[in-house]
Design a protein around this ligand. Sequence first.
Ligand SMILES: N[C@@H](CCC(=O)N[C@@H](CS)C(=O)NCC(=O)O)C(=O)O
Length: 238
Amino acid sequence: MIFIALDYSPWSDKARWALDHSGADYVNKTYVSMVGEPWLRFKTNQYKGAVSVPVLLDAGKVFSDSFDIAIYADSKRIHQQRQTLFPNTAIARKWNELSEKALTIGRYHCVVKQLDNTQAQQEILPSFIPDAAKPYFTWLARDGLKYHLKKYPVKEELAAYRAILLKLREALGNKGYILDAFSYCDIVMALALQYVKPVEHKYSAPGPAVADCWTHRELLEEFSDLIEWRDWIYQQHR
Ligand SMILES: N[C@@H](CCC(=O)N[C@@H](CS)C(=O)NCC(=O)O)C(=O)O
């Protein structure tokens, strides 16, 4: 299996988490936005329309959405002693839609902040650019950020993000999980909190300036209980 993903993208990490949970063997290929697009089109045989990552390639099959990758990974579970992440696929799909909506709003706001922050621009540059050269390539990062604003426009405002977080709080109540046990619902909602405050993890904000842009102070103040829950979920299951 070949997993093509962005190291710091919550969408990629949803699928990566499901793959890791399944124990399936895969090779990780780091995607470089814009520059990697022709290669991604070739690999997925998709020459029209927008392409995005994560993508999973396995035995001639192409999965180009995190949800489909996660379901496929779950079906390939090697760790049979681990429970399925999908006891109820329809409910997982609903939570994933909420997560996608929250992340799309969050991404928009953090991209706007990063356009104003040259340190963050350096942090998101691909690793093949040497650190000493990065200050000279912030224009490339800004191009990438503008490309993202155009490619992923936002239709709803922060109030919609907040409403989703309130739903999560209600669903959790006093429990540790959205359903009766750990499931894909928890994964997608843990990642939906990345733009409230990024988690400390290898696959998260690539540096402190980006982490600052991803942090939304007001939402963080209101939803610090959910951030605690998210950190606990990472401790237990990531
Ligand atoms: N619904 C898709 C959304 C994926 C998505 O938004 N990917 C973005 C993550 S920032 C991406 O590929 N960005 C890089 C690019 O478009 O070049 C999924 O869940 O897989």
